[in-house]
Design a protein around this ligand. Structure first.
Ligand code: 13P
Length: 242
């Protein structure tokens, strides 16, 4: 099955012209481009093969100043919505309850949800068993009320917090440990009736290590931050999975 690459641009680039240029450069089949909200419309107009993604959503539609609903995103032709990124959990104090509401709202709108889970460094230091327990707690809470039929709309991104390139002292997970965690997550999802959900890896994926992650059968794609802002590098990552 084709692997998916999701480009999470975070708060980059600075202006619409650069965003359009970058989107054209990384446009491709099985690529999702998740730019900052203000660039969604312009990017939708120039991409030919990629799908459009959003980096966040609100859990309801209505008088919520500053928020964007799943139906707003749908109207902008967004197909994938990232929910529960560790940067939002940490900096915006998003709780599992908030994330659960968002997950359900995205699914209700018929969009695909990219649910990010992953343990912080202090947990991982206690060993892989602690990491598994941590992630199961997140999944259990984040997926409350998500029925079996929603599996096809769900992607889980295993993104250990300590592996994100902008974290102090970060380093990528080893592909072996990433597969271990991902197979564990897949097993949990299956038991929960969500067997069509995909599980991908995120955290310092770059041109040097992409092959070692993406050639692993169990890893169904990657969520890419920094390297998705560098077109040549992103293309190299893409070519490593074809
Ligand atoms: P990096 O690829 O820059 O480590 O970012 C990962 C990430 O946070 C994607 O959501």
């Amino acid at each position: 099955m084709a692997k998916i690459l999701i480009a999470n641009w975070k708060s980059n680039p600075r202006d619409i012209k650069s965003a359009v240029k970058l989107a054209k450069a990384i446009d491709g089949k099985n690529v999702v481009i998740a730019p900052p909200f203000p660039f969604l419309e312009a990017i939708h107009k120039v991409i030919k093969k990629s799908a459009l993604g959003a980096q966040n959503v609100f859990w309801a539609d209505g008088p919520y100043t500053g928020e964007i609903s799943a139906d707003d995103l749908k109207a902008l032709k967004v197909k994938y919505v990232i929910v529960g990124h560790s940067e939002r959990r940490k900096n915006l104090k998003e709780t599992d309850r908030m994330i659960n509401l968002k997950v359900k709202e995205v699914i209700k709108s018929g969009l695909k949800v990219v649910l990010c889970v992953g343990e912080p460094l202090n947990i991982r230091k206690r060993g892989i068993k602690s990491a598994k327990n941590f992630v199961v707690k997140q999944l259990t809470k984040d997926l409350i009320g998500v029925g079996k039929k929603s599996g096809a709309l769900l992607l889980v991104a295993y993104e250990p917090v300590w592996s994100i390139s902008t974290e102090k002292g970060s380093k990528p997970d080893t592909p072996e440990d990433a597969v271990l965690m991902i197979e564990f997550i897949r097993g949990w999802l299956k038991k929960r009736g969500l067997k069509s959900a995909k599980v991908i890896y995120g955290g310092s994926v770059n041109k040097g290590n992409a092959e070692s992650f993406l050639h692993k059968k169990g890893i169904e794609g990657a969520l890419i931050g920094g390297a998705s802002l560098r077109p040549l590098e992103f293309k190299k990552i893409k070519s490593s999975i074809i």
